[in-house]
Design a protein around this ligand. Structure first.
Ligand code: DWN
Ligand code: ZN
Length: 406
């Protein structure tokens, strides 16, 4: 009903992707009963936060989780770079406590360990994923981020020099309570570094498939700066990073500390947003129009492929792929199966359209004509590991920003 950042009641609905199942609700049996939820995006004409019209209970989505962040080598390298960047902003490896929120299987904290940080602590609500991290030597509090997990860390370890949060802030409904927890845990001169998928890249590169129920907000810098100011935090530096189709990395300190000077990057990115039409509702309507065109182009591709008797296999049983497949009505008649290296996803079926998921083992022995990159954000890595496919005359189908075959 009201904007998550500025509480304005006047929200503009610009995209309706119909009713879809939860993006990571993979099935062990295709006859299993499934729940479908409306998937609609609204933008606030006051602060330009894009947000979903509904909130699904996070306990349903995140208490057991299929996604493992360390599967991709690209993401591993990204984490290493992030750990180095944090050092650059004055977080010394020796003695500093680093706390990662929604630490998944410990991918980011492992990078901090490799960079010499000895005191790391993850907070991860999914029981299956937290236990993988702990087995790998990453101390992890198996809880949702909140006052309870913050108190537990304060009691066990004391305040943190650095709090990180990658790909979690967009998943949170009460972003006020979330950052209050960060403020409570941080040392006076500590830093909070977070990464969110950047709505600038989402809108300008037509990344509409990254819209699903896990992602409640689609952030520009403008509403983020506003939000942190309200909660006694100050954004002192921002970087655009290429991960996941384009993300924003924000460096935040306590307003009471302001140890670090605010960098020109903050002003520059705000100016770029203002110039790019992202503070104009017409841009959002144009984006929605192009989503319809992509669906038409994909359906056309699959009609032609069927007529020509060609076979398509998918790569990456992604959350975003499940938005795309459900919205476009692409199922096992169009895609024989999807390969994924995540053991937690193998031998299951995608939600809604029920495409089988398999390991990539033995793929080279199977004849097929197109590899559909449902994980298009890792296309370089996937194309590199499937060079044999191109060499034998196969083609890649890439859906974003527009449908292409290469
Ligand atoms: O925010 C979120 C992002 C970061 O991750 C979550 N809400 C859910 C998830 O979204 P996704 O599933 O769309 O993310 P990815 O990272 O694009 O998923 C890549 C998938 O592809 C994974 O299932 C792993 C798989 N993969 C693989 O099997 N072999 C990927 C690569 C690069 C590979 O070599
Ligand atoms: Zn707003």
């Amino acid at each position: 009903m009201n904007c998550r950042v500025c509480h304005s009641p006047d929200l503009h609905r610009y995209l309706d992707l119909g009713k879809t199942p939860l993006a990571n609700a993979l099935l062990s049996d295709p006859n299993q009963k499934e729940s479908f939820f409306p998937l609609e995006v609204l933008v606030c004409p006051n602060c330009f936060l894009s947000q979903l019209s509904i909130v699904v209970d996070p306990k349903i989505m995140f208490s057991h989780y299929a996604y493992r962040s360390s599967i991709s080598k690209t993401f591993q390298a990204h984490c290493r770079e992030m750990a180095r960047a944090c050092k650059h902003w004055g977080v010394a490896a020796s003695g500093a406590l680093v706390v990662d929120i929604a630490s998944n299987d410990g991918c980011l904290l492992r990078s901090f360990q490799q960079e010499g940080f000895q005191r790391v602590m993850g907070v991860e609500p999914a029981v299956n994923i937290a236990s993988i991290a702990m087995q790998a030597g990453i101390p992890t509090v198996n809880k949702f981020w909140g006052i309870e997990s913050v108190q537990e860390i304060l009691n066990r370890e004391g305040p943190a020099s650095l709090v990180t949060a990658t790909n979690v802030f967009a998943h949170v409904d009460d972003i006020g309570a979330f950052v209050d927890g960060v403020e409570l845990l941080l040392e006076e001169d500590g830093i909070f570094v977070l990464e969110v998928p950047y709505a600038f890249d989402l809108i300008s590169h037509q990344e509409w498939d990254t819209i699903y129920h896990e992602h409640l907000s689609y952030f520009l810098l403008k509403p983020l700066v506003q939000h942190f100011e309200i909660h006694r935090l100050n954004v002192f530096h921002v970087e655009r990073v290429p991960i996941h189709g384009g993300s924003l990395r924000l460096y935040v300190q306590k307003s009471s500390s302001r140890k670090r000077e605010v960098q020109i990057s903050v002003k520059n990115i705000l100016e770029t947003e203002a110039k790019s039409g992202l503070y104009d509702l017409a841009t959002y309507n144009g984006f929605a129009q192009k989503v319809l065109e992509t669906r038409k182009a994909l359906r056309h591709f699959f009609e032609e492929t069927a007529l020509a008797g060609k076979k398509v296999v998918g790569f990456g049983a992604t959350a975003k792929g499940n938005t795309l497949l459900n919205y476009c009505g692409i199922g096992p008649e169009q895609i024989s199966f999807i390969v994924d290296d995540t053991p937690e996803k193998q031998n299951l079926f995608t939600p809604g359209v029920h495409i089988p998921i398999r390991s990539a083992q033995g793929l080279q022995e199977i004849p097929f004509d197109y590899l559909f990159l449902l994980a298009w954000n890792f296309k370089e890595e996937i194309m590199d590991k499937t060079r044999w496919f191109k060499q034998r005359g196969g083609s890649y189908l890439i859906p974003i920003p527009e449908v292409r075959v290469i």
